[in-house]
Design a protein around this ligand. Structure first.
Ligand code: GDP
Length: 444
């Protein structure tokens, strides 16, 4: 009898392809494999097989791979059937697996089982999805590093060192007469400072990785006709937004995904911010302000040939606080001498028409986002990981200020350790697991 818990899914993307893969995981898949392939499969051998339906009729022929538990992706018996990559044939083969007792897998269920069976920790399981979703080569490399366990290992090292320090402090609490000297002799403070430094390094690598994964939202705002759409097109390298000399042409924010240095930039061109003349334009202008609010960086585009107008100043005043703003003087080609010498941290001269200043714009945006090019230690991290690292760091900072009150010191260390353990999934609620795995693709 098959366990009710055998799962099956088409693991390859829908559509025509040379090969399509069906994957199964469960307990005691040997019998199912024999029924399906008409022979006993040797473990981990590519076996050319005829996949037949219940009446012995041929569905497809292909390669069957059988991985008995526990040496498999999920830690259970896993069977992979490589047939021809067509929707109809794969559906028929999946149907046959279901009739033999399997059920259709939920998104991410294979990886969830791998996690529950201790094959991966939670950060590695998330890296599987991030590797599949990676939009750039750099993001893929960072995800692969997390998948190989590099991120987890760095977090585990921090947890180990925190445990050592906690043991010292807890021992001092148990033997109060020796406390202060004991901690001094073991250089508890020095250990804490070292852990903090290591944590900061991991946090930096994770922040870089988070940029690679999620990208940077950049909103181009400014009054009509300053060249926002032209700038978007230049950035995107193709004609995405409508460029006209008539003010008010862009009514909806136009979005262009591009990548600079491997970092995905989501550039949003917004409707010219001016007092709207009709209801449609009004909506466009409202959306522009919303886009500006949701951006990581706002590029305030002005016209270099006219300088800052009253309208520009009014826009600058209304820009959301707490979001970094870069002022770009476009149309610098109309100036007698290009005023690049006036470029500084918060403003830049360029020309969307000639392309002058484009490279500076790109590198300025990345620098504002805190991107450090060529960093090989980048770890693709999620918001969840960043939050845990930030929480751990806050507790360590609090701990450092409480060395005189041993009990509070111990408590902060305990909280820091717990925050870090959330990354690997050691202290993770079931709802969070559901949330994480439901975003996977089926068959993974
Ligand atoms: P938007 O309304 O801010 O999106 O501005 P557009 O991109 O539609 O451009 C408005 C007008 O300015 C068009 O006629 C563009 O050709 C022109 N323009 C845009 N950028 C430049 C530039 O760098 N130099 C010059 N000389 N003209 C530009």
């Amino acid at each position: 009898m098959l366990s009710v818990d055998t799962i099956a899914a088409i693991a390859t993307a829908p559509g025509r392809a040379g090969i399509g893969v069906i994957r199964l995981s469960g307990e005691n898949l040997g019998d199912l494999a024999t029924a399906l392939c008409g022979r006993i499969l040797a473990p981990r051998h590519a076996t050319l097989s005829h996949f037949r339906d219940a009446h012995g009729e041929l569905i497809d022929q292909g390669i069957a791979l059988f991985f008995p538990a526990p040496a498999s992706y999920t830690g259970e018996d896993v069977l992979e059937l490589q047939g021809h990559g067509g929707d109809a044939v794969l559906r028929a083969l999946l149907q046959r697996c279901l009739s033999l007792g399997a059920r259709v897998a939920e998104p991410g269920e294979f990886t969830k089982r791998a996690y529950l069976n201790g094959k991966l920790d939670l950060a590695q399981a998330e890296a599987v999805a991030d590797l599949i979703d990676a939009a750039t080569e750099e993001a893929a490399k960072g995800a692969a590093r997390s998948l190989s366990g590099e991120f987890s290992a760095r977090v585990q090292e921090l947890v180990r060192e925190l445990i050592n320090l906690r043991m010292l402090v807890e021992a001092s609490l148990d033997f109060p007469e020796e406390d202060v000297d004991f901690l001094k002799a073991a250089n508890a403070k020095g250990q804490l400072v070292e852990i903090e430094a290591k944590l900061n390094a991991v946090l930096l690598a994770a922040q870089q990785g988070s940029l690679l994964r999620a990208g940077l939202r950049v909103a181009l705002v400014g009054r009509p006709n300053v060249g926002k759409s032209s700038l978007l097109n230049l950035l995107a390298g193709e004609d995405l937004a409508i460029v006209t000399p008539i003010p008010g042409t862009t009514r909806d924010p136009v979005r262009a995904p591009i990548q600079v240095d491997g970092v995905p930039l989501h550039i949003i061109d917004t409707a010219g911010l001016r007092n709207p003349t009709d209801a449609v334009e009004l909506i466009g202008v409202e959306r522009s302000w919303q886009a500006a609010q949701q951006a990581n960086i706002v590029v305030h585009v002005c016209d270099a040939s006219v300088g800052i107008t009253e309208e520009d100043a009014a826009i600058a005043k209304r820009l959301p606080s707490g979001i970094q703003v870069l002022r770009v003087f476009n149309k610098a080609d109309l100036l007698a001498a290009v005023a690049t010498s006036q470029d500084n941290g918060a403003q830049l001269y360029m020309s969307a028409k000639t392309g002058a200043g484009l490279a500076q714009l790109k590198s300025r945006l990345l620098a504002m986002a805190g991107w450090r090019p060529g960093d090989e230690s980048v770890i693709v991290a999620r918001e969840r990981h960043l939050q845990a690292l930030h929480a751990a760091r806050d507790h360590l900072v609090d701990a450092r200020q409480r060395t005189a009150q041993l009990e509070l010191f111990a408590e902060e260390l305990r909280h820091a350790q717990q925050a870090l353990s959330r990354i690997s999934g050691e202290f993770t609620a079931d709802e969070l697991l559901g949330e994480i795995f439901s975003r996977f693709c089926i068959g993974k």
